[in-house]
Design a protein around this ligand. Structure first.
Ligand code: ATP
Ligand code: MG
Length: 416
């Protein structure tokens, strides 16, 4: 049997206008590719019923599986269901189970359903609804001339959830191949070092397949397991995860969606310790990353953004002499900032950052990207232990700041 042909159709004015980048199509194409299916056609239309209809017709002439995202919302410009009904030559009819589910979704949030949302429970006669536990818009599945059309919400998180819930399993069954994948995130070594350490594990003819990617200074190890059934795919995946972890050890900080800040937060939480920060070159980014995690108030106390030298002196008691003799970007100043935080707060740990983010401000001895980070720790005998690290980081201003924040988090992660 020849491989199934697939097409992806994304709908929305904001996509057609270039205001929103179409990440749904890229994500879906990747999901298909992982299962050995190539999408031969990607289409984008505005919120325009005749354009949606024409795109659906073309996609049906080219492919057996058509994945559609967007235009299922409650407003006037959400036209996917109308285009689909027109294509099928049928009417829309109310699907009571979907209406009840939408009403319940609002009720759980203590809101009443607006009249407008009722349209989201309208299903073309002959099609079926796909429930959406994470949003209001159910999806729609139709079989047209033996070809599957699957309409999903435009909101990326809802779309992904619906794909995993209603489409992935059926595709696995159809292709006779089950794919399970995981990502392990590392910090502290470059991609080539990680590849070197993984060695034979990265052979291209291996299953599960192991590969590396880098994004924003974090090297991630992707593991993709393929088998004839779910238990085999999952157990092979877990075995390889174990092998990768044993090779990389402490370099691995998290899996899948886990961030470095989450990992640090979890460790602080488990240890019952608290953290405060003093930031110069990161200007609050460290605090931002830490507070991105819900529940961070349990371990993160707060911090100081001491950008000017006078603030480092006045707020954190950094001696003027240290700045004069060593410069603001120096080991003594980073350490004094971290000590200053413990002097001004009850925190158990203090992180401090000071560096040259660029593009200006660099010199021969201290080029752009020169960063000192320090960690101060209050010991059980009330003494303070301080350690500092020098980094010379590549990248533009935004990258230097992000890498600095990550390096600081990693210093703490390794210390707890
Ligand atoms: P519903 O989710 O109720 O079906 P909808 O499908 O009309 O509504 P929109 O209101 O068009 O969804 O979009 C909701 C959000 O999802 C917007 O922020 C939009 O930019 C985003 N979005 C929609 N389609 C895509 C896409 N293909 N790629 C990335 N983001 C998208
Ligand atoms: Mg829309």
């Amino acid at each position: 049997m020849p491989a199934m042909q697939a097409a992806i159709l994304s709908i929305g004015d904001e996509l057609a206008l270039g205001q929103t980048v179409d990440t749904n199509t890229a994500w879906l194409a990747d999901q298909l590719a992982r299962r050995g299916l190539m999408s031969r056609l990607h289409l984008t239309t505005a919120d325009d019923q005749s354009a949606i209809l024409a795109a659906l017709r073309w996609a049906l002439s080219q492919a057996e599986l058509i994945l559609v995202t967007g235009g299922l919302g409650p407003t006037e410009d959400d036209l996917t269901r109308f285009a689909l009904a027109e294509l099928m030559g049928t009417e829309l009819q109310l699907d009571q189970a979907s209406l009840d589910a939408i009403a319940a979704f609002f009720a759980r949030r203590g809101r009443t359903m607006a009249q407008r949302n009722q349209v989201q429970a309208m299903c073309p006669v002959g099609a079926a609804m796909l429930d959406n536990p994470v949003g209001t818009a159910p999806g729609i599945r139709a079989l047209i001339d033996g070809k599957a059309v699957i309409c999903m919400p435009g909101v990326p998180s809802e779309m992904r959830h619906m794909f995993q819930r209603h489409v992935a399993g059926a595709l696995d069954e159809q292709t006779g191949r089950v794919i399970r994948s995981a990502v392990l995130h590392t910090f502290g070594k470059g991609e080539s070092d990680i590849a070197q350490m993984l060695g034979e594990l990265m052979r291209r003819d291996r299953n599960p397949l192991v590969g590396t990617t880098v994004a924003r200074g974090i090297v991630s190890v992707r593991i993709r397991s393929e088998a004839g059934d779910v238990p085999s795919a999952e157990s092979a995946l877990e075995t390889t995860i174990g092998e990768v972890k044993s090779v990389l050890g402490e370099l691995v900080f998290g899996r899948d969606d886990q961030t470095l800040a989450q990992c640090v937060g979890r460790k602080l939480d488990e240890a019952g310790r608290t953290l405060a920060v003093a930031e110069s070159c990161t200007g609050g980014l460290l605090a931002k990353l830490l507070t991105d995690t819900p529940g961070s108030s349990g371990y993160f106390l707060g911090g100081w953004v001491t950008y000017a030298n006078a603030m480092k002196q006045g707020q954190l008691s950094v001696e003027e002499r240290l700045i004069r003799e060593h410069g603001a970007v120096s080991q003594p100043v980073a350490e004094a900032m971290a000590r200053g935080v413990l002097g001004r707060s009850d925190a158990d740990y203090a992180l401090a950052t000071t560096g040259i983010a660029g593009p200006g401000g660099g010199s021969r001895e201290k080029p752009v990207g020169t960063v000192w980070i320090a960690l101060a720790r209050r010991m059980d005998d009330h003494t303070v232990k301080v350690e500092a690290q020098l980094h010379v980081l590549p990248g533009d201003r935004a990258m230097v700041r992000l890498r600095t924040a990550h390096a600081a988090l990693n210093l703490l992660r390794r210390a707890i």
